[in-house]
Design a protein. Structure first.
Ligand SMILES: [Zn+2]
Length: 56
């Protein structure tokens, strides 16, 4: 089976594997996280920001 990572801009994601296991919340503060029940991998992507910061 091929299980692809889910990319999200959220810092906290939820997973229930379509109801196959209890709903759990996974923190992506470290950049990625894995569901302890189904092993689904989540990767946090930085949201596209329209704000440009320029260093002087
Ligand atoms: Zn899961």
């Amino acid at each position: 089976m091929s299980q692809s990572a889910i990319k999200t801009t959220e810092e906290i994601v939820s997973c229930s594997d379509n109801g196959q296991h209890p709903l759990v919340y996974i923190s992506l503060k470290n950049g990625s996280g894995r569901c302890q029940y189904c092993g689904q991998l989540f990767i946090r992507e930085e949201a596209a920001s329209e704000q440009s910061q320029q260093a002087a």
